[in-house]
Design a protein around this ligand. Structure first.
Ligand SMILES: [Zn+2]
Length: 481
């Protein structure tokens, strides 16, 4: 008697078969968050520094969009193999949860390399914001296609995006098979229209593409959106049951300027306007001070700070996100790239490596931010930042099947002493061979199955002269934090 017959006789719907099986891989099943202040604990307390559980020669079975089981490869039965439509040989590979980019502006691939070797204010006022006047909807589609292609190839299955013409980005996410948390950016200078568009987008697209798209409200920053509009944002977020994604406390000087002008820090502004209560991704938070913890701590279950270390190094902002202060206070830190116009790539493995090394350097402490901790930031904590910690960020039965297979039999990862360290310090994103999102293969043998990036890049290259023409003398906004 088959399972189907048994289920039918019992009056239940037949269980879907396991359609995809990955065998022979080393599986990073889950990480744990390290203890607070772990560098002060005895070095023998290894678990306190965070754990990454790797299971050698294991198999993963996928039913629908969900991980049905993770078990030793030898326990996969012939019947299970026969019933599966896709068998993936994972030998020589490590399977990790899909990487999550906690803060980006994906269509800005179109401005990659267009504003280099300049400080932040010049980056905005002399280059990016005047160029963004030239944007067409088609540019956003092309920019997003290139971005999603780049991310999927690098094992980045989800991204928290913040940009304009978000309908175009959502369409690209839907057709490419990727996953995203999308927010439509607005400034108070746009009046009611901006915030209403952001709310309307959040309502219309939340849960779309079989749930691969979730949404957030997208106020640009605490210095470009006034308090009254932030209060309205929180009302919309509460009504829609979505979070808010916002730039805040981006640098120590921004915090000082806010204290001088308003007497409060940007984080207190987020608290007082109700944004933290509704749940938030705070982009950068490099100006967060000890005193801000009293605003963040009560909402630690729903607030995260996205850190994009390469951008801070590049724009000569020393320090970056105070990851240790946040970690010790129990606040989630996600890993982000920021837009590719400042980060130059959308490569989360690169971003994790910068974060790990910047943190060791800032604290002059090689024992701080272990590779296990870095992996926890890139997987479980980033999933928590998206509000999806119960379904993503681990390879466990019942979790959604966003899975990345990385080839470890490459010279720069051999011989293997420490797989966690290899994944943070040795890996190249080009080692990613296979990527599944929601149980479906989107990268196979290192090639995209859903996007033709060559034709996209070609069309975008032809748009470059028009995008760079700022002779109109206009700008979408003035940067004066
Ligand atoms: Zn940003």
């Amino acid at each position: 008697m088959t399972n189907e017959q048994t289920a039918q006789e019992a009056g239940r719907a037949p269980e879907q078969p396991v359609h995809t099986i990955i065998t022979g891989a080393t599986v990073l099943s889950r990480t744990t968050r390290p203890a607070p202040n772990y560098t002060a604990l005895p070095r023998t307390d290894v678990a306190a520094r965070g754990t990454a559980t790797f299971l050698d020669d294991h198999a993963i079975g996928i039913r629908g969009n969900t991980i049905a089981w993770v078990k030793p490869s030898v326990e996969v039965t012939l019947a299970e193999r026969d019933a599966a439509t896709t068998l993936i040989d994972g030998r020589g590979h490590v399977a990790i949860p899909g990487l999550m980019n906690s803060h980006t502006h994906s269509p800005m691939t179109m401005f990659r390399g267009s504003a280099e070797d300049v400080p932040t204010s010049e980056w905005f006022n002399a280059h990016i914001w005047p160029m963004e006047v030239n944007l067409t909807e088609r540019d956003v589609t092309l920019g997003a296609q290139l971005a999603v292609g780049e991310m999927l190839l690098a094992g980045v299955t989800s991204f928290a995006d913040h940009y304009f013409s978000t309908d175009r980005i959502a369409e690209v996410v839907a057709s490419s098979g990727a996953r995203a948390l999308l927010a439509s950016t607005f400034f108070s200078s746009q009046g009611e229209e901006g915030i209403e568009r952001s709310a309307e987008f959040a309502e219309r697209w939340n849960g779309a593409a079989d749930g691969r798209i979730t949404t957030a409200m997208g106020p640009h920053a605490t210095y470009t959106v006034n308090d009254a509009d932030l209060e309205k944002t929180a009302e919309h977020a509460r009504r829609l049951g979505v979070r808010t994604h916002i730039h805040a406390s981006e640098s120590p000087s921004q915090t000082r300027s806010s204290l001088d002008r308003l007497g409060v820090t940007p984080i207190q502004v987020l608290h007082d306007t109700g944004i933290l209560e509704t749940g938030a991704i705070i982009a950068h938070g490099a100006g967060i001070i000890e005193d801000d913890l009293r605003w963040l701590r009560p909402w630690a279950d729903r607030v995260a700070v996205a850190s994009c270390s390469k951008v801070y190094l590049k724009h000569a902002q020393s320090g970056g996100t105070p990851v240790k202060t946040l970690h010790d206070a129990g606040i989630t830190v996600g890993v982000g790239t920021d837009g590719p116009a400042s980060h130059n790539t959308l490569d989360v493995l690169e971003s994790v490596r910068f974060l790990s090394m910047v943190q060791k350097n800032v604290h002059s402490d090689a024992t701080w931010l272990t590779s296990q901790h870095a992996l926890d930031l890139a997987t479980r904590q980033s999933a928590h930042a998206f509000g999806l910690g119960d379904s993503l960020g681990a390879l466990l039965p019942g979790y959604t099947a966003d899975i990345v297979l990385i080839d470890t039999l490459v010279p720069h990862m051999q011989p293997m002493h420490d797989l966690a360290a290899a994944l943070v310090l040795s890996v190249k994103s080009s080692d990613v061979r296979t990527v599944l999102v929601d149980g479906s293969v989107v990268v196979s043998g290192g090639r995209l199955t859903t996007i033709d990036v060559a034709s996209v890049a070609d069309e975008l290259q032809r748009r470059v002269p028009a995008l760079r023409d700022t002779s109109h003398g206009r700008s979408i906004q003035d940067y004066a934090p």
